[in-house]
Ligand binder design. Structure first.
Ligand SMILES: Cc1ncc(C[n+]2csc(CCOP(=O)(O)OP(=O)(O)O)c2C)c(N)n1
Ligand SMILES: [Mg+2]
Length: 334
């Protein structure tokens, strides 16, 4: 059996200027979309919970750069970034946040419950870690159908302490499922820091007991995430079973829109924004490497602003779902 050790990743791929620009664009779309969602929430247009992804953009954008058509993804309630990164329509996502007919779940699911068969996005799950066994189930189906597809199963540092994660690791390793377990370690589970809740800081080593290799990755660096993602995907696709990526990242906003964030200082957040911001990092790379001018980047900013404003207009003007809709989509084929 090959060595199945947990390692810290440092590799970075060579990418073209066009690729770098597309990562900048995709991360910026998530950032601006989430800022707009925050505004709509403040205006009372979004009900229920709303968990923003601001700060974590390089995780999904880097991993989507390593994915191929037909690969699957499943995640928690902090899910808008995953949907946008896999190509779901911003109009449909925003309209679901406002609970309107034009939303991905016809306004009946809200922020935490959206799906797209077309883009192989399987939710959006509100119960912490519930998506982890489901992700293994998706990978089981792919293995059974022998179709060469890989599933990205995302969960948080807090979720990593849930028992069902380890039952899943055992089965995924036993059956050699093509599943990349992506731990988005943003250092907090609601108001609890990882230090307060987690016995060992390196969650990527947790697969060793099951023979699952793991790797820690700098989640503020989209190129490092892409490189680690490619390695993990190649491992899974070649039939060697699951792989763990612990992606060290940071969320700038509260756990959800109703979080007063008393458990950390403003300075801590500001320091991260100033020194590690994933979008600023790529912006610097583009400018310093002379891959783009300030004007090129301004044009991208403008394009993104237009997409996000359009999605907000759609989310405000799409009608409320009709009452009869309450009786549809209850059973799979209804
Ligand atoms: C089974 C279960 N327990 C508790 C909660 C309440 N809860 C919602 S999010 C959360 C913290 C999860 O943190 P983490 O996995 O680090 O994800 P993050 O919010 O940082 O993305 C908790 C305890 C829940 N939704 N489900
Ligand atoms: Mg967390």
């Amino acid at each position: 059996m090959a060595a199945r050790k947990a390692t810290k990743s440092a590799a970075k791929p060579n990418v073209s200027a066009e690729e770098l620009k597309s990562y900048y664009r995709d991360m910026l779309l998530i950032r601006r979309f989430e800022e707009k969602a925050g505004q709509l929430y403040g205006m009372g247009l979004i009900g229920g919970f709303c968990h923003l992804y601001i700060g974590q953009e390089a995780v999904v954008v880097g991993l989507e750069a390593a994915a191929e058509e037909g690969d699957k993804r499943i995640t928690s309630y902090r899910d808008h970034g995953h949907m946008l990164a896999c190509g779901m329509d911003p109009d449909g996502v925003m309209a679901e946040l406002t609970g309107r007919e034009g939303g991905y779940s016809k306004g009946k699911g809200g922020s935490m419950h959206m799906f797209s068969k077309e883009k192989h996005f399987y939710g959006g799950h509100g119960i912490v870690a519930a998506q982890v066994p489901l992700g293994a189930g998706l990978a089981f189906a792919d293995k059974y159908n022998d179709n060469g597809r890989v599933t990205f199963t995302y969960f948080g540092d807090g979720a990593a302490n849930q028992g069902q994660v380890y039952e899943t690791f055992n089965m995924a390793a036993l059956w050699q499922l093509p599943c990349v377990f992506v731990i988005e370690n943003n250092q907090y589970a609601m108001g609890t820091s990882q230090q307060r809740s987690t016995s060992t800081p390196d969650i990527y080593t947790r697969g060793e007991a099951f023979g699952i290799p793991g790797e820690a990755v700098d989640g503020m660096d989209v190129l490092a995430v892409k490189a680690a993602g490619e390695k993990a995907v190649a491992h899974c696709r070649s039939g060697k079973g699951p792989y763990i990526l612990e992606i060290k990242t940071y969320r700038y906003r509260g756990h959800s829109m109703s979080d007063p964030a008393k458990y950390r200082t403003r300075e801590e957040v500001q320091k991260m924004r100033d020194e590690r911001d994933p979008i600023e990092n790529v912006r610097e790379m583009l400018l310093q490497g002379k891959h783009a001018t300030e004007d090129d980047l301004k044009a991208i900013d403008k394009e993104i602003k237009a997409i996000v404003n359009k999605s907000a207009d759609f989310a405000r003007t799409s009608p409320e779902p009709a009452l009869e809709e309450l009786w549809t989509d209850i059973y799979a084929d209804a």
